[in-house]
Design a binder for this molecule. Structure first.
Ligand code: FAD
Length: 383
């Protein structure tokens, strides 16, 4: 069996390693000529760590990131007064932390090393221009002029997937009305744990990702999806989150340079099933990009990849593997997409009634709700 993986991001790198481990040959192409990893930090959650055990990168991730202190986070009001302290179960095993926030670049480097160690070559600066399907294979025409034939093509090429555009041209990312502002900064003295602050129409997270480093992750509503000049970003970031107290003012005061700020309009991809056509399948954000309010998109991408490699290695014909894989992934990915969006809406309420209902929820119901969510996520993803 020969497989083409399009995209060497979180899903593509995980899939390449998981296939190689099972003795399945794959080629990987990546459109970027060199990696410039945008974004600040990423929550690597328990189910992601469990799936990552398959490719042997968990130790390196725990060493490079900063696990949540006591497996808990703190939720506060906009002044920084504590409201709730949800805890997260150790889904990957008793000795593996519940959640490991990490710099995106560090995660990428760990996965890139794993791909190299697995003996998989990544052709950089290359994409697919065309895919011609036949009953027994797919002929891929690459942007560097090469033509090659594969048993299966996997689109792991992210939210603006070219493979999805070739398969399902009508499916487009939808803007959700929210935007995310991220900056890496020195850890403020006295910060004990990851803190999520609730404002009026905004939220502000402070997440330790390495000794001495945090990333701040603010969310604001940005009607109409405005485009900002890079030079405007620091002042806009400071003003969007000016209502927050606690550690926020001192952190925001350090946001002064345009290159510090990663501004991301939040979009979703809700591709109607099936996420495959013939012998081409979409995984990760290409099929089901979600909002970041549960910080679970990468988790779903990693699980997609490990499950797909596992099913392919069972020797079932590819035509039967793809619907089987899809039936297992769809409910779980939709659970995360729907739940994350609902959390996002609740976290960014503005009317006095909605804010009162949110306060009741956070103070009285949130801890049990988070525990229920993780009980569902702890269910096996491979069976
Ligand atoms: C603000 C924000 C915060 C987030 N925080 C978290 C978090 O804390 N935890 C979490 O689990 N998830 C988080 N996510 C979601 C997470 O980033 C994504 O779900 C995850 O990166 C998806 O992985 P992927 O491999 O599918 O796509 P990507 O990581 O986007 O990788 C796609 C790869 O394909 C390449 N590519 C693109 N087009 C082509 C092409 N035509 N040909 C070849 N290659 C191509 C890209 O260059 C890239 O390398 C967050 C998302 C956002 C927007």
């Amino acid at each position: 069996m020969r497989i083409l993986v399009v995209g060497s991001g979180i899903a593509g790198q995980t899939l390449a390693c998981a296939l190689a481990k099972r003795g399945i040959a794959c080629d990987v192409v990546e459109v970027k000529p060199a990696f410039d990893i945008a974004g600040a930090g990423l929550y690597v959650q328990g189910p992601a760590l469990r799936a990552f055990q398959d490719i042997g990168v968990v130790e390196a991730i725990v060493a490079a990131g900063l696990p949540l202190a006591d497996d808990t986070s703190l939720v506060t009001d906009s002044a920084g007064m504590p409201m709730a302290r949800p805890s997260y179960p150790r889904i990957a095993g008793p000795h593996i932390p519940s959640v490991v926030p990490i710099r995106r670049r560090a995660l990428h480097e760990i996965l890139a090393r794993a791909v190299e160690a697995a003996g998989v070559a990544v052709r950089m600066g290359v994409t697919v221009d065309a895919l011609a399907q036949a009953p027994d294979g797919v002929t891929a025409t690459f942007s560097d002029g090469r033509v090659d034939r594969y048993d299966l093509v996997v689109g792991a090429d992210g939210i603006r997937s070219r493979v999805r555009a070739l398969l399902f041209p009508a499916a487009q990312p939808q803007y959700t009305g929210y935007a995310n502002w991220r900056v890496i900064l020195p850890t403020p003295a006295g910060l004990e744990r990851t803190t999520w602050m609730m404002g009026t129409g905004t939220s502000f997270g402070i997440v330790p990702i390495a000794p001495g480093l945090v990333y701040i992750a603010g969310v604001s509503k940005e009607p109409g999806n405005p485009r900002f000049e890079r030079a405007e970003l620091p002042a806009l970031c400071r003003s969007r989150f000016a209502e927050f107290g606690g550690f926020a003012p001192a952190l925001l005061a350090q946001v002064t340079a345009p290159d510090q700020v990663v501004y991301t309009p939040i979009e979703e991809v809700r591709l109607a099933p099936p996420w495959h056509k013939g012998r081409v399948v979409l995984v990760g954000d290409a099929a089901h990009a979600g909002t970041p309010f549960w910080a679970m998109g990468a988790t779903m991408a990693i699980e997609d990849a490990v499950l797909l490699a596992t099913l392919l290695a069972r020797g079932t014909p590819i035509e039967a593997v793809l619907p089987d894989w899809m039936a297992r992934r769809l409910p779980r990915c939709r659970f995360v997409q729907d739940g994350s969006l609902q959390t996002g809406r609740r976290s960014h309420e503005e009317s006095p009634e909605a804010l009162a209902a949110r306060e009741h929820y956070v103070r009285n119901l949130m801890v049990a709700d988070v525990a229920r969510r993780y009980a569902t996520l702890a269910e096996p993803f491979v069976w």
